[in-house]
Design a protein around this ligand. Sequence first.
Ligand code: ASP
Length: 328
Amino acid sequence: MLRFQIAFTIVAFACASALAAEKENQMKFGMVIHGGAGTIERGEMTPPKEQAYRAGLEQALKAGYVVLERGASSLDAVEAAVRVLEDNPLFNAGKGAVFTHQGTNELDASIMDGKTLNAGAVAAVQHIRNPISLARLVMEKSPHVMLVGEGAEAFGKQMGVPFVDQKYFYTEERWQALQKAKASPTPVSDKDRHGTVGAVALDKAGNLAAATSTGGITNKQFGRVGDSPIIGAGTYANNETCAVSCTGDGEYFIRIDVAHDVSAMMQYRKMPVKEAAQAAIAKVGKLGGGGGLIAIDRNGHFAMPFNTSGMYRGHVGPDGKIQIEIYR
Ligand code: ASP
């Protein structure tokens, strides 16, 4: 009888703690965003400019938080946050995209669902107002993962997404950056090209998602595509490990396959997200590249490493408190 009572107590306790753990897990949700890594010096930032960047990041985090808070998917949340950043001329994505060598704007974006490993991407689109939403449509409404250039735009027409004239992407600051880059004998400074945007999120159901959007790098050559729309390089999400969005010298991030590398180190080597993220950025640095990434795991732990002097970044958890950082 006593033995039965002990066994019963143990089973009841185990069930109760499993339920509590599950409940706690369900309560965990959060989002991390970036607005690009590069040379961002405190001394060169005016207070109004810094305030504008902070406000832009805050607005994006709020947009994502509202979605997560009401119990919607991390996929919806990352898309909502990235759209806000794409519409903000301060960031190198959507409206604020940098100029190519030819003086045009060519935009790249990708999104990935950690639950299903479905993914969608577009590259070198020139007239899509919100490339991240077109990337999501590629994922959900086409049998493909990546569509580029005119083909991606033809698909966008079929889907009825908003189109804009190239003039929409004109910002004086980006235009001047192109003139400076063209006049400079050395390759473009990262000061003139940071600003790519990205978001990673964990929702109440425990699903992870990642999204990245960019105009690429100032003065890029015809047809150049960076890491941002490449699944595994600039964006990756897997419920078994983490969700990642990168920013920096795309040519290096592609060769290291940074976003998937973080996930792989977690999966194969059982590394925590912070260590894996840091190790991946160290590999980029060793090869000579600059940049950073944001990553969140299925328990809501996150990392925001970078090897440049700054990275626009921020995060929000279940309490809704928004934290924004810019410098090292
Ligand atoms: N990674 C982007 C690209 O290479 C640029 C950036 O993040 O600044 O296109």
